[in-house]
Write a new protein. Structure first.
Length: 426
């Protein structure tokens, strides 16, 4: 091989950062290298990264293999101990060209491979500019990194550090550059995006940031949020939902569960009724909004009755799609010391929760049949509605990165279908 290949795991923030890594590595003159940007959210994510590293070495016997990301930050010694790995970089180091210039020689000790600093010592998030994201119709803009909360199941703060925000002016500049490069939709992302601004002068909120972006970049057609913690939603964000058509009617919520006792044991800051009330309030402001949510199945001490509350939150909140996590025991977290459920029970409950999510998603798609929708084309024949439903249409209708108006005529296998005979102006 030649050049730099990147394998990305995990969240949208990692996708964004992989583009920065590519740019910085190429600026450093790195060649014949595979960069593996890992995720630490579950033990399965770590296992998949290790598997990919072994395959990368088999496919590229003479390449440098550099491992970074959250799993590398939290388990540096584990990856350094793999014979296939040449260098381990921390989450802060992976974004700097200097990290790719002075690499250790082949065959050094595991200790010499590690270039990982204390992420908790990092106090600022630099405004990393990305002009485009390879193969993407929409652009992601990082506005925040890290997390100040300590949910009992989560290892991510130890991989990302404490919460820190990108100054508002730098975010606006990034969005303006992306729009100038042809993007018509941007996604605001962060580890805990709704905590945005608490560490900045004047403490601007996420809602105020989004409103400022839309005011100062009027050419931007669409903006959406990657994920939010509903308990942190501010009045500016609620007002945007109510009166800003360029703010897309889709929110992915970090709910995690629907039972009050489990939520308390998770050390979440909301209860079941808080989540239901938020969804009801938002739906009154924007009736066409769609909600997704992260929910964990099989958290320690979860009884069948508690699990039923997780199932019922889907209908109570009117969720249209779920991201289900079977609980994963992560060393160093308080939940790892709680009484654990049998893995087979965790998997069975995750299966039931996914089935409930599939049922809700089917109902959501059915409700959209007969409606007119504006799609952002992601690739020939595939686009997304404003509320993020995947939609197929005749390939010749438009090119990726543009908007088209269509009428939804049906759905199959989780995908809406649009008919060319009912095409409308976007």
């Amino acid at each position: 091989m030649s050049g730099v290949d990147i394998l990305t795991f995990g969240c949208r923030l990692n996708t964004y950062e992989s583009e920065i890594m590519r740019r910085e590595a190429e600026a450093a003159g790195l060649n014949n290298a595979v960069l593996v940007n890992t995720c630490a959210v579950t033990a399965e994510a770590v296992r998949q990264a290790k598997q990919a590293i072994r395959k990368a070495r088999r496919d590229n016997p003479h390449a440098r293999i550099i491992v970074t990301g959250c799993a590398a930050q939290t388990e540096a010694a584990t990856f350094a101990g793999m014979d296939e790995v040449d260098v381990v970089l921390g989450n802060e180091e992976k974004l700097k060209a200097a990290s790719y210039r002075k690499l250790p020689d082949f065959g050094v000790s595991a200790e010499a491979k590690v270039r990982v600093n204390d992420i908790m010592a990092v106090k600022e998030t630099a405004p990393q500019m990305v002009d485009a994201i390879e193969g993407r119709a929409r652009a992601f803009v990082q506005v925040q990194n890290g997390c100040d909360h300590r949910c009992t199941f989560c290892i991510i703060p130890y991989g990302r550090g404490n919460s820190r925000s990108v100054p508002m002016g730098a975010v606006v500049d990034q969005v303006r550059r992306l729009v100038d490069n042809g993007y018509i939709e941007v996604v605001i992302t962060g580890v805990d995006a709704t905590s945005y601004g608490a560490d900045l002068p004047g403490q601007p909120s996420l809602g105020k940031l989004v409103r400022t972006i839309l005011a100062q970049v009027p050419e931007l057609a669409r903006i959406r949020l990657s994920s939010i913690d509903s308990i942190e939603a501010d009045e500016h964000l609620m007002q945007l939902i109510a009166d800003e058509p360029r703010f897309m009617p889709h929110l992915h919520l970090s709910l995690q569960h629907g039972d009050d006792m489990i939520l308390k044991r998770m050390k979440r800051r909301h209860l079941r009724d808080d989540a239901i009330r938020f969804c009801e309030d938002v739906r009154r402001l924007r009736p066409d909004i769609a909600f997704g949510a992260d929910i964990i199945a099989g958290f320690p001490t979860e009884t069948e009755e508690m699990f039923q509350n997780a199932l019922s939150i889907v209908d109570a909140c009117g969720l249209s799609h779920l991201h289900v996590f079977p609980y994963s025991q992560r060393d160093g977290t308080p939940a790892a010391r709680m009484p654990q459920l049998d893995r087979s029970l965790i998997k069975e409950r995750a299966r039931r929760l996914r089935a409930k999510g599939d049922e809700a998603h089917h109902a959501h798609l059915t409700s959209l049949v007969g409606t007119r929708q504006t799609l952002l084309i992601e690739k020939p024949g595939i686009g997304r509605t404003e509320n993020f439903a995947l939609t197929s249409f005749p390939e010749h209708l438009g090119r990726p990165g543009t908007l088209i108006g269509v009428e939804i005529v049906g759905h199959d296998d989780g995908i809406l279908s649009a008919d060319i005979r009912h095409r409308s102006a976007a």
